[in-house]
Design a protein around this ligand. Structure first.
Ligand SMILES: Nc1nc2c(ncn2[C@@H]2O[C@H](COP(=O)(O)OP(=O)(O)OP(=O)(O)O)[C@@H](O)[C@H]2O)c(=O)[nH]1
Ligand SMILES: [Mg+2]
Length: 463
């Protein structure tokens, strides 16, 4: 046993700025990749960026930039042609990078020693993170030029999801997405070899599945889906039971503060962390202090730019909570300069999962971190949004009030006669409505209830 924590694996970031991407957007995207890296437990030691029209087909960036990368990782900086050779040879003279030199890096021949100006071995990065999705062969070429493990944005996000998944449901969802991500890569590498296993992206329950051929992989996905479906049937039953209730879903970009608000609004002990994707499982709790009728609040997985489509599909059932909610509280981190883009991403994912009907309340969260001048500007720009902070008790009370008022606003008062054979509905009415009066006669229980019309309609449907 040693007292000092082992050093964190080092990573270098690689980004290509396309002509249609502004400097600010490019920077914020790379910064986000850095935060994803940190969430994965990596230490970012540097970055290499290049402006170009598209990713180089060979190895994402031109040869000069490959050399820059190799300084961080200790590789040759050259994509060797042909299979890796054990024999070492002098490196070819460096070819200057041009912006359009897709194949300039293919000049190398066999792999050679690290460049002389590379970092000392102990300080080198062992991982290259690319802020784009790359093809399997681009990734492989980059790996051969850098000698490091290469992860694209999707792989990074999948790895984080894999580490943060707690429930069986979340684990199954992530595993299905991960196997689907791996399938085409298995095909290209003829069974997957060198880089699989042990690395940042390749570890986990499915490690040995790398050796499985595509068919076995498909069978495995089918098996996992069957298991997932049976769990989903249970949770959809649970959700149906909640249909009678008033429900609010907290939605938003990852790290916007959803779980913090879940804690504040419901007094529950859900995990709050300054990490991306801290929450993957949905939690549902009653608003506290309890309102009459009761309001249920749900906290769920956050969204991110370029969220892998498969992952959204896998989490569809988890996100049903958001789709079926009566009110969506959409939280953004107002202290993040990129929040308008993040807001758009969230809207897009909500559209994708079909959560388009419920009214939304926009919350500009973390307003305590925003200076006075910006607050004024935000208030003008987003007049309908609530600028608040979870750290301010008055703000917590204010959001709770807004939620309660939302459900109050459209309430109507009606009579319900519940036959004695259907007394279950009386209990449901007490949960979902404000019961103004209750009496009994020969027809059953006579209730005068206050609730939103759709809640009363749902109760009537159960009579
Ligand atoms: N200063 C400040 N920090 C906040 C506020 N709300 C949340 N935070 C911090 O922001 C970080 C992320 O908060 P979470 O509540 O975990 O965010 P989340 O949206 O649940 O994130 P994921 O589950 O990762 O998607 C934590 O460090 C919180 O303490 C706020 O109003 N003000
Ligand atoms: Mg959370």
């Amino acid at each position: 046993m040693t007292a000092t924590a082992p050093p964190r694996p080092r990573a270098v970031l690689l980004g290509v700025q396309f002509p249609n991407v502004s400097d600010a957007d490019f920077e914020s995207s790379l910064a986000e990749l850095g935060r994803l890296a940190k969430t994965l437990g990596l230490e970012v030691v540097g970055r290499v960026t290049q402006r170009r029209g598209r990713l180089a087909t060979g190895a994402v960036v031109g040869s000069g930039k490959l050399q820059d990368l190799a300084k961080f990782t200790g590789g040759t900086g050259i994509v060797p042609t042909g299979p890796p050779q054990p024999r070492r040879k002098e490196r070819e003279p460096k070819v200057e990078a041009r912006d359009d030199d897709d194949d300039a890096s293919e000049a190398g021949g066999e792999e050679t020693a690290a460049s002389p100006d590379a970092l000392p071995p102990a300080e080198r990065a062992t991982v290259v993170l690319i802020d784009h999705d790359v093809t399997p062969s681009q990734a492989r070429n980059l790996e051969r030029a850098t000698g490091a493990e290469v992860l694209d944005r999707t792989a990074v996000i999948l790895s984080i999801f894999q580490r943060h998944a707690r429930s069986r449901e979340a684990r199954l969802q992530v595993e299905i997405a991960r196997l689907n991500y791996m399938a085409p890569r298995l095909r290209e590498t003829g069974g997957g070899k060198d880089r699989q296993g042990g690395g940042i992206g390749g570890r986990g329950a499915g490690e040995s599945s790398i050796e499985l051929d595509r068919r076995k992989l498909r069978d495995r996905v089918a098996e996992l889906r069957t298991e997932l479906e049976s769990i989903e049937r249970d949770s959809s039953t649970r959700r149906k039971r909640r249909v009678q209730q008033n429900t609010v879903a907290l939605v938003g970009y990852t790290n916007a503060g959803k779980s913090s608000w879940m804690r504040a609004l419901t007094g529950s002990g859900v995990l709050v962390q300054d990490k991306l994707f801290a929450t993957l499982d949905t939690t549902v709790r009653a608003l506290q202090p309890e309102s009459v009728p009761r309001v249920l609040v749900s906290d769920t997985v956050g969204f991110i730019k370029k969220l892998p489509h498969d992952l959204v599909a896998s989490f569809r059932s988890t996100l049903d909570e958001a789709r079926d909610a009566d009110l969506l509280v959409h939280l953004v981190d107002a202290s993040d300069t990129a929040f308008a883009a993040q807001l758009e991403v969230t809207r897009e994912v909500l559209r994708e999962i079909g959560a388009t009907d419920a009214p939304r309340l926009l919350v500009l969260n973390k307003i305590d971190k925003v200076d006075a001048e910006t607050r004024v500007r935000l208030a003008l720009e987003w007049p309908d949004a609530m600028p608040i902070s979870v750290k301010d008790l008055a703000d917590v009370a204010a959001l709770r009030e807004r939620i309660v008022a939302f459900f109050e606003r459209d309430m109507v008062e009606e009579d319900l006669v519940v036959p004695y054979a259907k007394q279950r509905v009386v209990g449901e009415a007490h949960n979902a409505c404000r019961v103004v009066s209750e009496s009994h006669d020969e027809h059953g229980t006579r209730l005068r209830v206050r609730a939103r019309p759709e809640v009363i309609a749902r109760l009537r449907a159960g009579l």
